[in-house]
Design a protein around this ligand. Structure first.
Ligand code: SF4
Length: 311
């Protein structure tokens, strides 16, 4: 683990060590391209691969059209959480990534793509709050880097919905660190079927944890919702979701399921996605649809993890 762990506690600011990432995460071993989306893999010292995805983004900032790149990083090799719609979940947990290995993903992406790798989202392999200490230390490193800073407001931690972990994250007092929660169902019955975590921490408890998270003024907790045909994409599901989220400061990110071999789920129809989004928005719930960039590179949500690793 690199020396930067905990450096921000006393307000100190430090540059990333020149060799950060090199010890824990080696060179890029493989890249896959799908249009302008790139998945790359770093070699870990123990022979595993650490998978990351670079996605070009664009939009209007302060009245000007800008482009930048978002890096989707992994926090673990594999994942213990076993969500049934997720390719990584089928691997089981191999191990946590070290701070070096997490930080090294940004260094590798910046070496390859330059400084416009601006935003980081923990939406790659693994549940970041299961590797809490190392993930928090990596966020500190990026934030405290004098030369190539990635401030916390440009980092998003995406969780399966671990209530204690969300509270621990909130207790750090980092008001501008973004939180995303992978919800994917409008009720406990459906969520428990596709996300084992829900049998231990049902949606009522999760709702309280989300409500406790300190979002900055005008900000939201992002709610990720993977739409699967017939399972959770019906109009009644949308209305139920509206009721669940009522009173919370959230924005729903609708993600059409990306097929891969095995799980038996189907993507929703175009009409179902449009109708689902309309019901949310007409009820006053912010909602947008994620572009499924990267689908062919197997880099879209829930698709990281090599087939040979599937147990
Ligand atoms: S969706 Fe996230 S938490 Fe669930 S198995 Fe996949 S990587 Fe793990």
């Amino acid at each position: 683990m690199m020396d930067c762990t905990g450096q921000a506690e006393d307000g100190g600011r430090a540059a990333l060590p020149a060799g950060a990432g090199a010890g824990g995460a080696g060179p890029i071993t493989r890249t896959e391209q799908d249009g302008d989306v790139t998945k790359f893999c770093l070699a870990a010292a123990d022979g595993h691969e650490i998978e990351s995805v670079v996605v070009p983004m664009g939009g209007e900032i302060e009245g000007k059209d800008k482009t930048w790149r978002t890096l989707c990083v992994s926090s673990q090799i594999g994942c213990a959480r076993g969500c049934t719609f997720c390719r990584t979940g089928r691997m089981g947990l191999v191990r946590d990534l070290t701070v070096d290995e997490i930080v090294g993903q940004v260094l590798a992406a910046r070496q390859q793509f330059g400084e416009d790798v601006r935003n980081v989202v923990f939406m790659g392999m693994g549940e970041p709050l299961d590797n809490f200490e190392n993930v928090v230390a990596a966020v500190r490193c990026w934030h405290d880097d004098r030369e190539h800073q990635i401030p916390r407001r440009r980092v998003t931690i995406s969780t399966v919905g671990l209530c204690d972990g969300i509270r621990r994250l909130g207790a750090l007092g980092w008001r501008r660190l973004n939180l995303a929660v992978s919800l994917n169902a409008p009720n406990d019955e459906i969520r428990s079927r596709i996300m084992p975590i829900n049998r231990r921490e049902p949606m009522g408890a999760l709702r309280e944890a989300i409500a406790s998270y300190p979002v900055r003024g005008g900000g939201h907790v992002l709610i990720e919702y993977v739409l699967m045909a017939g399972l959770n994409d019906q109009p009644d599901h949308a209305r139920e979701l509206v009721e669940y989220l009522r009173g919370l400061r959230t924005c729903v990110n609708l993600i059409p399921f990306n097929p891969f071999e095995g799980p038996g789920y189907r993507p929703p129809s175009e009409e179902a996605v449009t109708q689902f989004q309309s019901i949310l928005m007409e009820s006053g719930q912010l909602a947008f649809r994620r572009n499924t960039k990267g689908q062919q590179a197997m880099a879209a949500c829930g698709q990281l993890g090599r087939p040979r690793s599937v147990g």
